[in-house]
Design a protein around this ligand. Sequence first.
Ligand SMILES: Nc1ncnc2c1ncn2[C@@H]1O[C@H](COP(=O)(O)OP(=O)(O)OP(=O)(O)O)[C@@H](O)[C@H]1O
Ligand SMILES: C[C@@](O)(CCOP(=O)(O)O)CC(=O)O
Length: 354
Amino acid sequence: MTTAKAPGKLYLAGEYAVTLSGQPSVVIAVDRFVTADVTRRTDDQLVVASDQLGEQNWPVSELPTLPLTDDWRLVIRTLQVLNDYLLDNGQPVTGLTVSIKSHLNADNGQKLGLGSSAAVVVALIKAVIDDYELPMTPEQRFKLAALITLTTPNFKAGSMGDIAAASLGGVVLYSKFDTEVITEWIDSNRYFSEIIARDWPLLRLERLGFPADWQLLVGWTGAPADTQQLLAQGATTVDKQHAKQLLAQNTAPLVNMLVEGLRRMDYDKVATALRLNQEQLFTYTSQVGLSYMTPQLLTLLSTASELGASAKISGAGGGDNGIAITNNPLVAKALTQAWLAAGIQPLPLSIATL
Ligand SMILES: Nc1ncnc2c1ncn2[C@@H]1O[C@H](COP(=O)(O)OP(=O)(O)OP(=O)(O)O)[C@@H](O)[C@H]1O
Ligand SMILES: C[C@@](O)(CCOP(=O)(O)O)CC(=O)O
């Protein structure tokens, strides 16, 4: 049996703008994971168990024609692509026993906003590729997972920063690839093994450091947010699309400032970049009419600011979570207590390096 795991993610900066190709963001892999176990079978059955979806059983020969309609579609599509990938690489394809377990939800099953779909795809890729002992770089893993996501019908078309974090781990400077070019390559029926060997225009995947003596705190509001609905609402008119372009224009220098701050371990620079990015996000989301701020997120930010920590809503807003960074352990302790007192649940997450 081969076991692989892929981490969840949190955005530090660049949300919404990062859905546009080439726009920078910083995304962090956190140490809660999806794990995938894979065992090769002697028959041609695919026996897949998921802690969330139950169990399914198909002959490998039926895999290419399975309908991609229900909640299984992402898992099925991943197995289809891996099957083709193994064949392209001259590997014998057999049945598999697969088990998927997600630790990215709260104990009561509620979603925490840590990107489970991306981690499921990446963990499955890693488990199968490792089981066949094939070489694959983290960047190629990202590309294969992105191709799977792009070719899963009716699946979310976000920035795929969650896939970047799940594939590389650590703190990642990420820009989305040129979607039109990659879609063109897919539509011209190129082999995925060939596509992942190419350079992808505009894609940026760079590992960044995070100062060891700073603390990253994560607060969960207890309210799940629907990222896809928020993304869809922000794209209904030409004016809203212009607003996103403007956000992107204003965000790029701030993400660069954040990256420079992290590289130089300059806390004030990082704090300023996060504050200015937060302001841009307030402006954008109010311009396009998104319910971005919630009472709990406001509490999360104001308690952090009162204690002198730099804080920001992480991800799409409307619920889920926010982050705070401090270089003072006493502030970290006080903020954790203040969040608890205000009904914000601190999540004991650290940066996951792979
Ligand atoms: N444990 C699991 N087993 C199988 N499939 C899963 C599992 N967890 C998630 N998925 C797949 O991911 C989909 C959920 O993706 P969705 O975008 O709603 O959540 P998410 O990626 O966790 O979002 P967020 O980034 O807000 O946390 C499910 O429909 C399913 O296809
Ligand atoms: C709003 C967005 O930029 C970030 C969404 O993050 P989250 O899934 O809400 O943590 C969407 C995306 O990048 O796909």
